[in-house]
Design a protein around this ligand. Structure first.
Ligand SMILES: [Zn+2]
Length: 127
């Protein structure tokens, strides 16, 4: 990968990480708010909100981990390599999904595998 591309991706990741960390701060503040003087309906709504925020936070934690892994790869020079076959991941794929760790061919292979496993499971179920 060209150095200019690497620099560009690094910038994307650093900005994404800042955004995520900022979201965490906001979410933590919201999670710490203790509902007081609420009736049961309000309490139920608050519980639902709480669990949605927790799910969101889990997803963002996952994204943050991917972003950090990508930044580490940029630093050690392995960014953009397919985890499965070791080839360079297509640049247009990385543009669309900067944290991608598989090239298009390997990704399609993986999806085919998942699909056939699902199908296999369903056939089995019919028997
Ligand atoms: Zn591959």
């Amino acid at each position: 990968m060209r150095k200019t591309d690497l620099v560009r991706f690094k910038k994307i990741f650093i900005e994404q990480r800042e955004q995520l960390l900022m979201n965490f701060t906001v979410m933590d503040e919201q999670l710490m708010v203790k509902p007081e003087d609420k009736d049961e309906v309000d309490q139920a709504n608050a519980d639902v909100e709480q669990s949605i925020r927790m799910q969101l936070k889990n997803r963002e934690t996952f994204t943050l981990r991917k972003v950090n892994e990508s930044l580490k790869k940029i630093d050690d020079g392995s960014y953009g390599e397919c985890d499965s076959c070791g080839d360079q991941i297509e640049l247009r794929r990385l543009m669309a999904r900067p944290t991608a760790t598989l090239c298009i061919a390997c990704k399609e292979e993986e999806e085919k595998l998942n699909a056939s496993m699902l199908l296999g499971g369903r056939f089995h179920y019919v028997h």
